[in-house]
Design a protein around this ligand. Structure first.
Ligand SMILES: Nc1nc2c(ncn2[C@@H]2O[C@H](COP(=O)(O)OP(=O)(O)OP(=O)(O)O)[C@@H](O)[C@H]2O)c(=O)[nH]1
Length: 359
């Protein structure tokens, strides 16, 4: 009988497409499956890891960089060895890549793993229905990412009209002929489409088997030009999306003034595509933690209670091209409320406009 191997599923997708949201949904909806998670965030504060913590059976966070470059095969093996320790009884491992990771590099790393307890379980690419057409113009490389996928989740379909959704599906099917496209809102996909609720007995079950060309194809060629090798693994990463992006972090122990923070968010520099993190407001907002997500022109705050011992601090990560970290830090520092400054309910109104009713 074949040994039962643990499938390792890669979840990729451009910045803010909804990977963490989908992962959280999968974990909530698969109580009978023990899921081990590796969460990679581009910034040095791992907001995504914090967003999935508590729901998962075992998690390894990796911050500050892209897993496709940050981890060579031995580092990946080390993480997988930890997660597949029989004592953890993990049924499936899900790797959430950063929004700038190169899927094919990650597949290569996984396929070259020496861990005999795992089997590559396929690549799920999450696509942001509202942003995809514009993002694709800026980053034609996204087509290559979509083509590498075994399953494409066209997420955020609640943000587009029915005919746009149909066009997008057609468009994706042209980019990746034959690959299944699933439409979803808020990452709500059936976990059974990604993994069995019990460990699989054979490899690749349920997923299209990737060919050599799929994995080494488009991304090869430039492969071993060491002059551009920034990671020491022999591969040329100069064409990876993340080489064009920078991230910056901001933390503040003192609460922010909501009105000044909104003015800051209303005038973000053009290259800043993604902002996320937790906000600690002064005055009327101080009793709740506000999780911020900005993706392109999309902005949302989700309030939740602070944990009993949770330090009330603001922690933000911003990701974009050509961003000036010093200027952003200065502007954010100006959002900190002065100790005696009055902050009342009306100052929170700008923030509350971007809170979904369900929250
Ligand atoms: N309207 C809408 N919002 C969504 C949907 N899916 C996710 N979001 C929101 O989009 C924002 C980004 O979602 P995340 O799940 O953090 O995206 P991500 O791909 O993990 O982001 P990065 O790790 O930064 O690349 C959050 O505010 C989510 O609540 C959706 O289907 N519809």
């Amino acid at each position: 009988m074949a040994t039962q191997r643990i499938p390792v599923i890669l979840v990729t997708g451009f910045l803010g497409s909804g990977k963490t949201t989908m992962l959280n949904h999968l974990m909530r909806d698969s109580a009978d499956t023990r899921i081990g998670v590796i969460v990679n965030d581009f910034g040095s504060i791992n907001i995504d890891a914090m967003a999935v913590a508590g729901q998962v059976d075992s998690m390894i966070p990796i911050e500050n960089g892209c897993l496709c470059c940050a981890a060579d095969a031995s580092e990946m093996d080390e993480m997988l060895d930890r997660l597949t320790d029989p004592e953890l009884r993990i049924d499936v491992v899900v790797i959430e890549a950063s929004g700038l990771a190169e899927p094919q590099s990650m597949i290569r790393t996984l396929l070259s793993s020496t861990n005999e307890r795992i089997v590559y379980g396929g690549l799920v690419e999450v696509v942001d229905a509202a942003e995809f057409p514009d993002t694709r113009v800026r980053h034609p490389e996204l087509d290559r990412h979509v083509r590498a996928a075994d399953l494409i989740v066209l997420n955020k379909t609640d943000r587009v009209a029915e005919d746009e959704r149909r066009d997008l599906v057609e468009n994706i099917q042209e980019i990746a002929p034959g690959a299944p496209v699933l439409t979803a809102a808020h990452g709500r996909v059936d976990p059974a489409l990604l993994f069995d609720h019990r460990p699989r007995e054979t490899s690749g079950e349920g997923f299209r088997q990737l060919s050599f060309a799929d994995v080494w194809g488009d991304d090869a060629g430039a492969g071993d030009e060491c002059g551009e090798d920034v990671c020491g693994d022999g591969h040329d990463h100069s064409h990876h999306l993340h080489t064009a992006y920078e991230s910056m972090e901001f933390t503040a122990a003192e609460p922010l003034h909501p009105r000044r923070l909104m003015a800051f968010l209303d005038s973000l520099p053009a290259g800043l595509y993604r902002a996320k993190g937790f906000l600690h407001f002064a005055g009327a907002g101080r009793e709740r933690k506000f999780t911020l997500h900005a993706v392109g022109s999309y902005l949302r705050f989700a309030p939740s209670p602070w944990e009993r011992d949770e330090p009330r601090t603001t922690q933000l990560v911003m990701i974009g091209t050509g961003i000036d970290a010093d200027t952003l830090t200065k502007r954010l520092t100006e959002c900190v409320a002065a100790p005696a400054e009055e902050v009342d309910d009306t100052h929170m109104m700008g923030v509350l406009r971007y809170v979904d009713e369900a929250d």
